[in-house]
Design a protein around this ligand. Sequence first.
Ligand SMILES: Nc1ncnc2c1ncn2[C@@H]1O[C@H](COP(=O)(O)OP(=O)(O)OP(=O)(O)O)[C@@H](O)[C@H]1O
Ligand SMILES: Nc1ncnc2c1ncn2[C@@H]1O[C@H](COP(=O)(O)OP(=O)(O)OP(=O)(O)O)[C@@H](O)[C@H]1O
Ligand SMILES: [Mg+2]
Ligand SMILES: [Mg+2]
Lengths: 254, 254
Amino acid sequence: TNNIIAISNQKGGVGKTTTAVTIATELALKGNSTLIIDCDPQANTTSSFGIISNENNSIYNILTNNNQMNHVIQKTDIKHLSILPSNKDLLAAEIELVDITNRETILKRQIENVKNQYDYIIIDTPPALGLLTLNCLTASKWVIIPMQVEYFALEGLNNLMHTIKLIKQKVNIEMSILGIILTMFDKRNKLSFEIEEQISQYYGEMLLGRIPRSIRLAEAPSHGLPIQEYDNDSSGAKAYREIVNKMINVIDQK
Amino acid sequence: TNNIIAISNQKGGVGKTTTAVTIATELALKGNSTLIIDCDPQANTTSSFGIISNENNSIYNILTNNNQMNHVIQKTDIKHLSILPSNKDLLAAEIELVDITNRETILKRQIENVKNQYDYIIIDTPPALGLLTLNCLTASKWVIIPMQVEYFALEGLNNLMHTIKLIKQKVNIEMSILGIILTMFDKRNKLSFEIEEQISQYYGEMLLGRIPRSIRLAEAPSHGLPIQEYDNDSSGAKAYREIVNKMINVIDQK
Ligand SMILES: Nc1ncnc2c1ncn2[C@@H]1O[C@H](COP(=O)(O)OP(=O)(O)OP(=O)(O)O)[C@@H](O)[C@H]1O
Ligand SMILES: Nc1ncnc2c1ncn2[C@@H]1O[C@H](COP(=O)(O)OP(=O)(O)OP(=O)(O)O)[C@@H](O)[C@H]1O
Ligand SMILES: [Mg+2]
Ligand SMILES: [Mg+2]
């Protein structure tokens, strides 16, 4: 596949992991062979599937020791969904990779070896614009930007758009923005609507939709289950299902 | 002063910036001469005070060109509160500092030059455990850990405690944990209480208190004002006031 999608925003706690886990699961449930890559040292994507990755079996070994992808990729409990897990070893990668030539395309080259086995590849990124996130954006054809409807989110978006433009010019001409998802949207407060209004003015055509604040989404990871397995009728699961359908449309049209 | 307090948690979006801004403002309003340092490339602390730091006048210049602290520190609109601002130049610092000897103590050495001018120094850190955060933790005598009452927060806490122990052993023997603050606490949902219960079991004596989810706290930064100036009677402002009183007690007892 060329459908490699990074979920990225350097602002913390905006729902990157929740979006990556939910979208990857939805694609797999539709029968698509899907790989999810956890590129965050916090390994929240890995624990969202109830997986604990041991010392020698994580994305750290792929980025620094050049291990075989297929030796590290594991199956999840969801049919058609595999995972390249993370663990805290990845913390060291940012510093260890600095002196390596072509340090920003390591992940891209590794994915080349396995991409034909999948219909979609989803990459969860850490809250930063360092070497790990650079590797993820360089390896991806598409970027989805989850954003909370709060003030800091607006300021960070301009930085992120600027970074994506730089990456497109310098290392990855194919990359484009698949869309923006407004997460944890609370209809009871006017700030949500004010920020949504401001985003629509500048980036209106990129808006994929809103995800309501839904406690079921926050509960699901503590059971090691994606929302579809934990509570498939929740408002959060339904909202993500709609977004995935829109997403597939955008990809098929390009 | 030796009262140098880092606000740190590598989990994103947990209220680090909101906590740093609110605590620093509260200390200044009580008449303490206070410096707040923004060590995050997102510069959310800087924009919380309505400040836009220009090219040559930010923490980036302190860490990489060895500029004088007093040439970069600015006054805020709050009496007794000054700021060492940040901007997106800081993004490059992580990579630029790698080859420098004693790269983790640059901030500590710079603070030595000005610490006698202040009663308290508060440092906002980025959502990561990289070189910038290492500089902040090495420079600090105390660490405050804001945590959301959500599942991922629990997992991240053990990693953070592990990192703090390492830093204490290797670079900064004086450092200790001032306390944990539970942020965006929502009394309407049982997950908040479940997680609070789990934290109390392991770290009960470190709990400084809870901050309720309060929309006024999320609105204040869009006006470039700390909560005390935006809405001093809000539940958020009151909860932080209580926490600051407890914090001062802990510091005075040691
Ligand atoms: N729509 C939602 N409603 C309620 N809670 C949510 C929603 N989406 C995410 N959450 C919760 O909010 C917290 C932050 O989400 P998440 O961890 O996915 O963000 P992130 O951007 O990946 O964070 P980080 O920057 O640390 O990687 C989590 O505890 C998650 O369970
Ligand atoms: N008690 C609260 N009630 C409601 N909203 C809050 C509260 N505390 C913080 N917020 C809002 O939640 C969002 C995240 O908070 P903040 O930016 O302070 O977290 P952070 O840990 O500094 O994030 P980052 O990891 O990106 O640095 C902000 O939009 C902020 O305004
Ligand atoms: Mg995440
Ligand atoms: Mg912050």
